[in-house]
Design a protein around this ligand. Structure first.
Ligand code: AHR
Length: 324
């Protein structure tokens, strides 16, 4: 099939950008036409998200799936509008990465009534009705938080006295913020010397991570550790720590989640101490699932991505091949 250029269409909603792409052969629906996938993305808040979007767009093209893509700019109402527009357009499959966990039942019921299967990618919803979506593809965020906590307990296991931790949370109400907080707390709560002295959202962005870390540095007389729910916030916080005359990675140890290039570089440079991986390259698996659910095939209810962790040596080894 001939490749069409990306085409922007006005969605009629402020800040909502919808892109359509057609690509190579493979993803045919009923009647032989390309499968149409409506994908409602969270936004472009982080390096992880940029890599995730690229993976989805490239994989749709390679699979011959017609992709209608929207960027919700981290707003649930924009995602709901996009999903409703996909229902109206009668796409074959809807996939989305929910900005927050709650509040999806109404729109998911609308998709179900319209007989359009829904796939959750990256982030889950807290709906008790599991029939509202076909599957979830993504990470175990609780396990990621636990890994961060386990690194901390090893690093500070024999240290005398309290270990003061500041936490930069992800977007309030989002699955990764809720679960990474919980996983971390579950591990560190076993040892009373670990004290989370301040915890606030940095909205998964570099700018907000910097701003909140500046406030932490002013309000907290002693900070030993920063736990950032993603790399972008950690990278923003590093700027704040350096501006305050402290040495990131030494005066304040840093553990974060994702594994984007800039963070692995900071780890290689000794400015971050540990990174827990969260894999954004979900596109190929998502397109396989789209084809299966479009064909009415059964798929597993939950598919988790394989992930690792990085210390300084692992970061140095991974950097030359890191795609994002
Ligand atoms: O949902 C995945 C999280 O969202 C990533 O860890 C973060 O960087 C992104 O914004």
């Amino acid at each position: 099939m001939a490749r069409k250029p990306w085409t922007a269409i006005v969605a009629g909603v402020a800040g909502l950008l919808v892109l359509t792409a057609c690509g190579g052969g493979g993803g045919t629906g009923e009647g032989g036409g390309a499968i149409t996938l409506g994908f409602a993305q969270v936004g472009a808040e982080s390096g992880w998200r940029t890599a995730n979007t690229k993976s989805i767009q490239e994989s749709a093209k390679a699979a011959g799936i017609e992709l209608k893509f929207s960027d919700a700019q981290q707003k649930q109402e924009n995602q709901i509008t996009a999903i409703r527009s996909y229902i109206q357009q009668k796409v074959k499959v809807i996939a989305f990465s929910p900005v927050v966990e709650s509040g999806w039942d109404t729109v998911l019921k609308e998709a179900k009534t319209a007989n359009i299967p829904v796939i959750l990618t990256d982030r889950a919803v807290d709906s008790p009705d599991k029939t509202l979506y076909k599957t979830f593809l993504g990470s175990d965020f609780v396990a990621e938080g636990k890994k961060a906590g386990q690194w901390l307990t090893k690093e500070f296991g024999s240290a005398p006295g309290d270990v003061n931790i500041v936490e930069l949370q992800g977007t309030t109400g989002s699955a990764p913020a809720n679960d990474r907080k919980k996983g971390f707390a579950d591990v560190i709560s076993a040892e009373p010397k670990f004290k989370v002295v301040a915890s606030q959202t940095g909205e998964f962005t570099r700018a907000k991570g910097k701003e909140v870390m500046e406030a932490f540095l002013k309000s907290q007389p002693k900070i030993d550790v920063l736990y950032a729910h993603n790399d972008d916030m950690a990278l923003g916080a590093i700027e704040a720590i350096e501006a305050a005359g402290k040495v990131p990675g030494k005066d304040i140890k840093i553990v974060s989640v994702d594994g984007v290039r800039d963070a692995l570089q900071a780890l290689a440079d000794g400015k971050i101490n540990h990174v827990v991986e969260c894999n954004p390259l979900l596109g190929p698996q998502l397109m396989d699932l789209v084809k299966k659910v479009a064909a009415g095939e059964q798929v597993p209810p939950r598919i988790e991505t394989a992930e690792t962790e990085f210390d300084q040596a692992a970061a140095k080894a991974a950097l030359p091949q890191r795609q994002y």
